[in-house]
Design a protein around this ligand. Structure first.
Ligand code: HEC
Length: 317
């Protein structure tokens, strides 16, 4: 039955250990409770008006020491071997670089292909090198029971082998800033041939109607490149492109607008042109939009990216 198969091999292993420990605990809870009730009835005051001293019983003591000891060792052994399994990626695993940043996930494949969601072929191991570009984040795929810290300047590795088609949530487990809760992505598990088509294919939009692929590339079908750039750079965490003010002013209708700004304490009104946009992006502290906090960070961007961003903002009428 499909709903009973776990979504990855490590999920199956992790669940097996969990249910083994849980089952043992439950059995002992019932056993000990039953024994307590039995003793309360058996040795109550009516039947035994006079207390008597009961000496130890060596056989019993050996029994109740050795049985739990063996049981605990099985828990340890089971947990340890499965932990080992989850730590050691198979040699043929495909290596994918995972980068966490405020507030998004980015995935880069061995051939340089980049994606906002983790596209994975079913039945194939995938090794993840998880890093952070800024603060500490946590990479978590609950359905795979997969969790690892994403820290700056050091790659933590983990791996998984999906065993069920579908799309699974990726969450951040570390409170990493205002939009921590929105730092979501997905693992999309597809048949291997479909994965290959995507992996070796161009940046083409997915065929409409193919739900998995459409979900894997929500932004591919004709979303302008500029918006994708702003999303990847994290700009959209603070700026909307549809007119809503967020942490920063909306970028919609910005070009050509009369804007009240403050430069070194002086308020003036300017007309937003290319030079202004460029300065706003490259030196955010210089000129502040009136009514907004000077909260925009300096974002490391290449010359071409700044140009693309400016060009894109100009199109937002
Ligand atoms: C942490 C939030 C934050 C991020 C991330 C951010 N900005 Fe801003 N941005 C602001 C705030 C706040 C302002 C208004 C204050 C100011 O002018 O510095 C602003 C102002 C601007 C302005 C001037 C807007 C106007 O109305 O004149 C532009 C253009 C802009 N940002 C572009 C970008 C771009 C492009 C990126 C991504 C590379 C980006 N911002 C990332 C917060 C942010």
């Amino acid at each position: 039955m499909d709903w009973m198969t776990q979504a990855s091999t490590s999920a199956a292993k992790s669940d097996a250990v969990f249910f083994y420990t849980f089952g043992l605990s439950l059995a002992f809870l019932i056993f000990i409770t039953a024994l307590m009730i039995y003793f309360v009835v058996r040795y109550n005051k009516k039947r035994h008006p006079k207390a008597e001293q009961i000496e130890g019983h060596v056989g019993l003591e050996i029994l109740w020491t050795s049985v739990p000891l063996v049981l605990f060792l099985t828990i340890f052994y089971y947990g340890w071997t499965n932990f080992e399994y989850m730590r050691q990626a198979p040699r043929d695993a495909m290596g994918v670089k995972v980068t966490a940043r405020q507030w998004s996930w980015a995935f880069e494949y061995p051939n340089g292909k980049k994606s906002k969601v983790l596209f994975a072929p079913i039945g194939r191991p995938m090794k993840l090198e998880v890093r952070s570009a800024d603060v500490v984040h946590g990479f978590f795929v609950p359905s795979f029971r997969l969790k690892i810290d994403a820290v700056p300047s050091h790659a933590n590795t983990t791996w998984f082998e999906p065993t069920r088609l579908g799309s699974y949530d990726i969450q951040c487990t570390v409170i990493c800033g205002v939009d921590h809760a929105l730092m979501l992505s997905k693992v999309i598990v597809v048949p291997e041939d479909e994965f290959k088509t995507w992996y070796f294919g161009g940046e083409d939009a997915p065929e409409p109607g193919k739900s998995l692929r459409a979900e894997a590339h929500p932004d591919l079908p004709k979303k302008p490149m500029g918006e994708e750039l702003l999303r990847v750079k994290g700009c959209l965490a603070c700026h909307s492109v549809d007119g809503k003010p967020m942490v920063g002013p909306t970028l919609k209708g910005l070009y050509g607008k009369q804007q009240e700004v403050i430069t070194q304490g002086q308020t003036r009104t300017i007309t937003v042109n290319e030079a202004y946009l460029r300065e706003a992006i490259e030196q955010p502290g210089q000129t502040i939009v009136k009514g907004y906090p000077p909260a925009m960070p300096v974002m490391p961007m290449r010359e071409q990216e700044v140009k693309d961003a400016v060009d894109y903002i100009k199109t937002l009428k």
